[in-house]
Design a protein around this ligand. Structure first.
Ligand code: ATP
Length: 317
């Protein structure tokens, strides 16, 4: 049985609106998600025993049963016991490039890569839709990470509508190493402060509201109108995260002053990104922000919008 190497793309949110509470305890969301080519590399090697072993080149990433890549492999073993009995276990090596607690879905995309990779390695023949359904139980961002590209994402993250690719756009991603935001904290704080504005009517939660609010962003993407995409960027989590971390407001302002199409926090933070129309422009923004905020704690990356979430890479060694 051969080994596989996969590249697992990070995502950013071009739009994130929290609509209300769902009966299952999750939030009902309207989001536009975009894959970017900042990616972890996930190597999968067959093991003759039925064990699942995870290695990671970053010591702060857990390699035990809490790792989402590990949990993805367990899920496949449980769902396909015959294949598991035939093929054994798997050694998962994560080459971590996506920062953690960053709102970039680093753990979710690793899980998406393991589901996609084991589907190939164990010849399960699952469709992308079937993989997405499996991924839902691991985390709300996993279905999108499997699909990749640009998509309107609703429900709790499981309803995906692909949108036209925007792969000519670039982002400058900025993250303070010392600032990571827990997604669970962000949702519970948002609920405490804003639940009085939640939509109560379940029908309203499911239908027209998406078009009203995320509609202008979806239309800007359909027309590939970069200026409008920059203007329509929106993330409800900024309302609770920015007051806690003034550094992130300064980072957003520095991106805007450097001439981006628009700047926004991704997911529940703490990454702030700025959009540009070219790599050359992204490099100017990166340098300008670095000069404006000469803090060694601030990491800045350039990434391009990616039409894919998970793709095959080359296995080293
Ligand atoms: P999201 O955008 O989905 O909210 P995030 O980028 O904010 O995600 P992650 O990088 O996925 O957050 O990590 C959040 C926590 O998940 C980490 O603190 C880590 O302990 C745990 N975790 C589990 N598996 C992984 C993994 N494969 N990679 C990174 N973190 C993982």
């Amino acid at each position: 049985m051969r080994s596989y190497s996969l590249l697992a793309a990070a995502k950013i949110n071009l739009y994130l609106e929290i609509l209300g509470d769902r009966p299952d305890g999750y939030h009902q969301l309207a989001m536009v998600m975009q894959s970017v080519d900042l990616a972890d590399q996930i190597d999968l090697r067959p093991l003759s025993s039925d064990r699942i072993v995870v290695h990671c080149d970053r010591p702060d990433v857990p390699v035990d049963s809490t790792n989402l890549a590990y949990r993805a492999a367990v899920l496949i073993q449980q769902q396909f016991p015959e294949a598991a009995a035939q093929y054994g276990g798997v050694e998962i090596t994560i080459h971590k490039r996506i920062p953690m607690g960053a709102g970039l879905a680093g753990g979710s995309t690793d899980a998406a890569a393991v589901l996609s990779g084991l589907n190939l390695m164990w010849q399960l023949g699952l469709t992308q839709g079937e993989l997405q359904t499996l991924g839902e139980s691991l985390g709300s961002d996993v279905p999108f990470c499997i699909m990749g590209g640009t998509a309107l994402v609703t429900g709790r993250g499981e309803q995906l509508s692909p949108l036209p690719d925007l792969d000519s756009l670039y982002v400058v991603l900025g993250k303070y190493r010392s600032i990571s935001v827990s997604t669970a904290w962000a949702y519970s704080t948002y609920r405490q402060q804003y639940s009085d504005r939640y939509i109560r009517d379940p029908q309203g939660l499911q239908t027209a509201h998406y078009q009203v609010h995320s509609g202008p962003m979806v239309s800007a993407i359909a027309h590939k109108d970069s200026l409008k995409i920059g203007q329509e960027l929106h993330n409800d989590f900024e309302k609770i995260v920015f007051p806690q971390y003034p550094e992130l407001v300064a980072l957003r302002d520095a991106m805007q002053a450097a001439g981006v199409l628009g700047a926004l926090m991704s997911g529940s933070g703490s990454t702030v990104f700025g959009l540009t129309e070219s790599r050359a422009q992204a490099e100017i923004v990166q340098q300008t922000v670095r000069q404006a905020l000469p803090n060694p704690d601030l990491d800045l990356w350039i990434a391009q919008f990616s039409p894919t979430g998970i793709r095959l890479g080359t296995l080293a060694g």
